[in-house]
Design a protein around this ligand. Sequence first.
Ligand SMILES: [Zn+2]
Length: 339
Amino acid sequence: MPKGLITRFIVALNHLIADQNMVWKSGVVLEREETRAEVIEDYAKHKISVRVAGRNTRGLLAIVDDQLERIHRSFPPLRYEKYLPCNCEGCKNLADPYAYKLSELRDFAKTGDQIQCRISRKLVDAAALIEDLFPGKPTRVSIRREQPQAPEPEPKKEVFVSYKWTDESKAIVDQIEKALSTAGIALVRDKNEVKYKDSIQGFMERIGRGKSIVVVLSKGYLESKSCMFELTEIADRKDIRDRVFPIVLEDANIYDGVGRLDYIAYWEDKEKTLDGRMKKVAGANLAGIREELDLYAKIRATIAGIVETLADMNALSPEQHRGSNFQELERALKVRLTE
Ligand SMILES: [Zn+2]
């Protein structure tokens, strides 16, 4: 709320100051046609109170109201609401009677309805209350300014991270999280490493929303069922080159053909072992095993392509990232998030 609002009001109506001296820092008494209006600003409560008494309360109130409107209009972000004090038996003698929003009173008055006082709980005639500004009776109008509405929050900038729950990877993810948070980007990470079957739905939703995903590749990641499930789902979304920001740990060893072949062999072996075991088991638990076997087959079939793509993406090593405090990653993510 801008300071000086009451000051501007006083300056504008300077010619009406009662006795030419009834003015102080946060208020003023105005006089016109044997009528006085006291206008006080309660800065802390965002409130301006007006009390009018005398022969022509309506006339003076109209002048005060008009001037307050003008000043408020010159501060476009200010929203304000006018209140009228309740005139019920319970409120009459209260220093702080219940106050109705003028807009609400008008709305009730239009249809001739009564409105309930929240202090006495009695019903009050809305139209009569608005009209209740006759001479002799002190009338108070409070103009309560509401805080300007907060601007629409910007769409949240989120980056997902897929990583193996190991000390080394966690430490890197912690660092990335810290670096990104200073840029206003939230890193969305699993609190726990979820079992791939439990996480399908949630993960699909996350990935659906996720414009970008940081993938921390390590040997452990590439040999983990749940991590590879995530990676195959990410890769299924096609635009992997735009979405994925890989960080490749040294032990991932994906930059030469032999290293990549080792992973294919690893998953081929997993598949064969499980397949062999399945043939010895009959009946009840086959459905779960079948599902797992399908996953292994999928991983084996896609790992070569995914890993080659990721290896080809010119990812920085963790050392290079750390050296720049992840600035390169931050810059790339910012570009991606504003696309
Ligand atoms: Zn009342």
